[in-house]
Design a protein around this ligand. Sequence first.
Ligand SMILES: [Zn+2]
Length: 135
Amino acid sequence: MHVKDAVFLEDLCPKFRFRQWRKSIHKFTESSCIYCGKPSESIDHILPRSRGGFSNTENCVPACLSCNGDKSDDEVFYWYRKQKFYDPRRAMAIRAWIEGDLRLALRLIQWAKPNQQNINIKVSKEDTIDNYTAA
Ligand SMILES: [Zn+2]
C-alpha cells in the first residue's frame, strides 16, 4: 500500500523536488522511523491518502518499511498504541509533527532515542503510558 503512495507522490511533484523534499523529511529524524526508531526507508502518510490525507510535510513522516506496511490505512494513534515499541514520547512527537511543530517533534524523538535510554524495556507499558499522559 505504501508503495502505491510513493508512486502517487512522484506523479504529483517533479521528481527532483520530490526527492529533495523526501530527503528533508528523513533528515529531520536523522533517518530514523518516527514510530520505532529503526532506519527510515520510506515516507508514511499519517492520514492515509485513501482517507483524504495530503502529501505535505505535516502529514508525511519518516517510517521504516515494516511500520509503513503494517500501519497501512489504520488511524495512526489507534495503530501505534497496539505496537510493542509504543513510546508515549513518540506519540507526542507524532502529534506535534501533525500540528506542524517540527521542533517540538524532534525534541521528543531525541528524548525517545533508544540508545540514550530505553524506558520501554525497564518500565512496564502501563506505567509509561500513565506517567506521560498525566504530564
Ligand atoms: Zn518503524
